[in-house]
Design a protein around this ligand. Sequence first.
Ligand code: PAN
Ligand code: ZN
Length: 188
Amino acid sequence: MEPYARLTNANGMLTKPDQVIMRRISDMASWYLDVDAARRLEAADDPVVYEMLEVAPPAVAGELAFCTTTMHPGMVGDEYFMTKGHFHVDLSCAEIYYAYSGHGVLLAETESGECRLVDMPQGAVVHVEPGWAHRTYNVGREPLVFLAVYPSVAGHDYGRIETHGFSHTVVRSEQGPVLTKNPRYAPQ
Ligand code: PAN
Ligand code: ZN
């Protein structure tokens, strides 16, 4: 029997997604620290930051959805290309990430602003705990590809991140990727 889907070596994408979402700089220019730098990229060629390919069974208790994310390498000022980030609508839902190729970091944060940075080199398995918002950065020079598995009832709440932001973000330093405060963070 053929597998339901296959991660292809060429780009790490699932072969039979139900849904494909592509996010460009223009979809989240105002989410970066240096909005002017993001707008310049948008005006130049509006690069794709990441693509999500999701296999989503019906949203019923016990069912699992999964998704590959392919993040392109790039910077907006000193900040690495990042995903929007979200809380799960159902805060009781956890998630597992598996880093298939490239090098990422995961920023995780609670509603009260407690913040953690988790390294995600190739082969890493990361547990996103229930109730933690999560966002990924590509901190390498190659595409970052990771698989996410989560309850199909989880849901994605982007609105709270758009309104409040994360308390910190991830920027380049001589020591590598480091956390820095987000001056626009509005505590919940
Ligand atoms: C992941 C994310 C994916 C893209 O599959 O949805 O990496 O990030 P955003 O959804 O924040 O744009 C996941 O965490 N699913 O629950
Ligand atoms: Zn998630």
